[in-house]
Structure formats: C-alpha cells, structure tokens
Design a protein around this ligand. Structure first.
Ligand code: TXA
Ligand code: MG
Length: 345
C-alpha cells in the first residue's frame, strides 16, 4: 500500500494537513500520528473494518483490545455506561494527558475494538496535533502504539517510517514524543482502583487523588504475566534482537565494576556489547554506550529509542542498571524487565 507521509510543525500545526489526515480517518483509513507518550496507529474506533486494519498493520493478536482516544472529556459519555466519581476526579486532574481509564463500554463500541471485552480503555491525549486530528475526524480514534506487535513502541519519526511505511494509509510526522513510555492504565471496575500498566502518571500521583490504588499483582513477576488484566501485558513485548541484561548493584560504581567484568568475558567470545546508562556515568566502558539521560524522566523518554538503537548498532548483548521502582521508575522497570525477558543478574 502507498503510504502518504507528511511532516507537521507541532508548534504551529497546519490545519489543512490535519483536515487531510482527519478525512482519511473518517473514511475508515489508518493513520499514524504523534501523541505525548508514543506514536499511535489510529483508525475509527466505531468502524469494525477500520479497526481490523490496525490489527493487520501491527500483526497484533485479535484478543488484544484497542485503546480509544477522544478529543474532549464530554466525548466519553457517548462511549461508556457510567462515569463514576472516581473517574471524574481522575479526568479532572489528569486529562488531557498520559492516563487511560478502563470503563464498562456501551454497545456502540464494536467487539473488534474492545477485543470481545465488555470494557473499553479510553484516554484524552494532551498532544495538540493528536487532539486536533481526533476532533476533526469527528469519531473516537482507536490507536495502539504504532510498532509491529512485540517490538519497542515508537517515540521518534524514524522509528515509524522504517517499520510502517507501506503498512498504513498515512503517517503524520511530528517531533519526538515527550514522555516516551505509554500511558498509565487504571481500571476502576472494582472498589479498589488498580493500575494495569504503570506510566508517567505514577501510583503516587493516583493515590493522592483516590487514596488506595494497587498495582496489578501479576505485573510483579514473569510467570504471572499470563494472568495480567490488560491483555496486552501478557505478550512478549519491547524485545530488541540484542539480549538485554538488567544488572543489580548498589550504585553506579558498583554497576560499572560488574559490567567491566562481564564485558571482559564477552569480548573474548567476540560479542558486540552495549551499555545503556545515565549520562553522569563517566566510566569508560569497553563497549558501545547508549545514553539514557540524566533523570528518571529522561530515562523514560529515551528508553525505547535506546532499545531500538541496540539493533541498529547490531549489539549482541547489552547491560542496563536496575532502576529504583518508585515514581516513574515503576514504568521504566516494567518495560525493561520485558525487554530483558526478565534476565536480572
Ligand atoms: O500511551 C498510550 O497509551 C499509547 C498511545 C498511542 O496512546 N497507546 C498504547 O496502546 O499504548 P496499546 O494498544 O499499545 O496498549 C494498550 C494496552 C494493551 O496492553 C491492551 O491490552 C490494554 O491497553 N487494554 C485495552 N483495552 C483494555 C481493556 N478494556 N481492559 C484492560 N486492558 C485494556
Ligand atoms: Mg503497545
């Protein structure tokens, strides 16, 4: 398929360009667009044939439901059975932004979009291009991350163009994504709110608004993944070709020491080694270094790009520190453990 690719200035979005892509979405076509988290692969959420095209373009298992994006808070009421007080509090505090809420769905959401569930996951992105596009399309937009199923989510234009040119009708190219990890997903169907996927809206931030909020216990270890409440969390995910190892150490010096000895062993085997680390880690590694930035926020933003870069550099084996699991560190470690297939040493 021929893909229409156009660049848009995110600071001054060209409204004619938005209209062009919005019309494609209204016509049942697939369009990749930027959001503040990762790029999304969108289609009309209310049109089963359009939703089917998303699964085909990604190679996504059909029981993995699509996340639905709206342009305005009011749009949610047409799509879901009930917006309770907790949902209202969260929407007021975190929308527009990187928080997805799981609601009981109305019949208007087709099974194809909800993956056969009686719930639907909805978010209102803060990215202006994304919101303008959805509003102009005039329909809610189903959009999973715009990666081939199982691969890291795309956060930069070059990631999508390489993987998706020829697989979708259109690509609207904006800048790099601000947050870099996908939205936090929170399920309110029980008395206690449960985070199904950690993200930039942290557990701490949610607890400040709702009181008790739990993390889906099945996310804690590999063997429980099949029980994950967000179907997508049970699949192999974020996997680069390189074998990633998470290295536990008390501090960065300890990390450097351990990695040095690992590099020595592997260099003898002729393997190409990568080290993903913080920019203030000034140790000189006998390996290719991938800079994750200087704060946890930057690590989240750079994480998928670094994982994708490992493959671009044909790295065989890569080491990364174990980040503290608090704040956004929970989201970082959730993605890293999957990328590393739970190899923690
Ligand atoms: O930041 C994001 O959320 C990005 C951007 C594009 O908005 N989207 C995204 O979509 O990450 P996706 O499809 O890659 O991940 C959505 C996750 C999947 O793990 C899916 O199984 C889960 O949400 N999900 C969707 N509907 C659900 C539902 N009704 N109940 C529980 N989990 C659901
Ligand atoms: Mg995804």
């Amino acid at each position: 398929m021929k893909t229409l690719i156009k660049e848009i200035d995110i600071n001054k979005p060209d409204q004619d360009l938005i209209s062009l892509f919005a019309n494609m979405l209204a016509d049942g076509k697939t369009v990749i667009f930027p959001t503040e988290t990762v790029y999304g692969l969108g289609a009309n959420a209310l049109d089963e044939d359009a939703a089917t095209k998303i699964y085909q373009a990604k190679g996504r298992p059909s029981d993995n439901p699509l996340l639905v994006h709206v342009a305005d808070k009011e749009d949610v009421y047409d799509l879901v059975e009930n917006v309770d007080d907790r949902a209202k509090l969260l929407m007021d505090k975190f929308w527009p932004g990187p928080l997805t809420i799981v609601f009981k769905k109305k019949a208007i959401i087709p099974d194809r979009t909800s993956g056969g569930l009686d719930t639907v996951a909805i978010r209102m992105p803060s990215d202006q291009v994304a919101r303008d596009l959805i509003r102009r399309a005039g329909v809610p937009i189903a959009a999973p991350s715009a990666n081939i199923s199982g691969r890291p989510s795309p956060t930069k234009p070059e990631h999508i163009i390489r993987d998706m040119d020829g697989r979708v009708d259109g690509i609207l190219v904006g800048g790099p994504c601000n947050y870099g990890v996908e939205s936090t997903i929170v399920d309110l169907s029980d008395d206690i709110a449960m985070v199904l996927r950690p993200g930039s809206v942290t557990l701490e931030m949610l607890r400040e608004v709702l009181g008790q909020v739990d993390l889906d216990p099945s996310l804690k270890n590999k063997d429980d993944n099949v029980k994950a409440k967000a179907p997508g969390m049970k699949y192999k995910h974020y996997s680069p070709q390189a074998q990633v190892y998470i290295v536990k150490a008390d501090d960065l010096e300890g990390f450097a020491e351990r990695v040095d000895s690992l590099c020595e062993d592997n260099a003898k085997k002729g393997l190409k080694i990568g080290v993903m680390t913080m920019n203030y880690d000034q140790h000189s590694y006998q390996a290719k270094v991938f800079d994750l930035g200087g704060s946890y926020t930057e690590v989240a933003k750079n994480l998928f790009d670094s994982l994708i870069s490992l493959d671009r550099e044909s790295i065989d084996i890569a080491y990364v520190p174990y980040f503290e699991e608090r704040g956004i560190g929970v989201a970082i470690m959730n993605r890293l453990k999957k990328a590393a297939a739970y190899r923690i040493i």
